[in-house]
Design a protein around this ligand. Structure first.
Ligand SMILES: [Zn+2]
Length: 195
């Protein structure tokens, strides 16, 4: 039974099996949706510890997120932030449901869904699928990071930090770039655009 104690015992037993590994310095920060089932390292093919993980539901931006990302770029000096959504996202499904049927969840989840709806309005894209809502929201999230953090925008302007706004498909884990901010324009990806 999934009682709080039973789950903690499972985690504690797992902890006793792990061996100490010296983690390398993160090479990038990944701001992702908290309901994604896979780790950033699993999606992007990196060793454990290679990516600084910041996650909130629907990658909603708050002061904790901005502080974490500023720590990443100012103290750890990572040159890249990836805003990573996913195409089977329950948060974006909630936003699509709100868009189509005016049904919003309660409590603080409502604010998260409202942010995703605002992203659709700002991008002016059709909210006709979870994927389209997710694409609009990763782009607007990347824009919001640069707008709300002078430390991030300064580095973007200096071209010492870039932001990639991307989603991945749960079927094949393929990452699609929807926008780039700063010195990370990838001409190999025709879907990318400079915001
Ligand atoms: Zn999600």
């Amino acid at each position: 039974m999934n009682t709080p104690l039973a789950i903690w015992q499972r985690l504690r037993a797992g902890n006793r099996l792990v061996s100490v590994q010296s983690a390398d310095q993160p090479v990038a920060a990944v701001f992702r949706c908290a309901d994604a089932r896979l780790t950033n390292e699993a999606v992007l093919g990196q060793a454990p510890g290679a990516l600084l993980d910041i996650s909130t539901w629907g990658h909603a931006v708050d002061a904790g997120v901005l502080g974490s990302l500023e720590y990443a770029v100012e103290i750890l000096e990572v040159p890249l932030i990836v805003v990573l959504g996913h195409d089977d996202c329950p948060a974006m499904q909630s936003a699509l449901k709100a868009w189509e049927h005016a049904e919003l969840p309660g409590g603080s989840m409502r604010r998260v869904v409202e942010h995703a709806l605002l992203s659709v309005v700002r991008r002016g894209t059709a909210a006709d699928s979870v994927q389209s809502v997710a694409a609009a929201h990763v782009v607007e999230t990347g824009v919001a990071l640069a707008q709300r953090s002078p430390a991030l925008s300064t580095r973007v302007d200096q071209r010492t930090c870039g932001i990639i706004c991307a989603t991945y498909a749960s079927t094949d884990l393929r990452v699609r770039v929807h926008a780039t901010i700063g010195a990370v324009d990838d001409h190999a990806d025709p879907l990318a655009e400079v915001v």
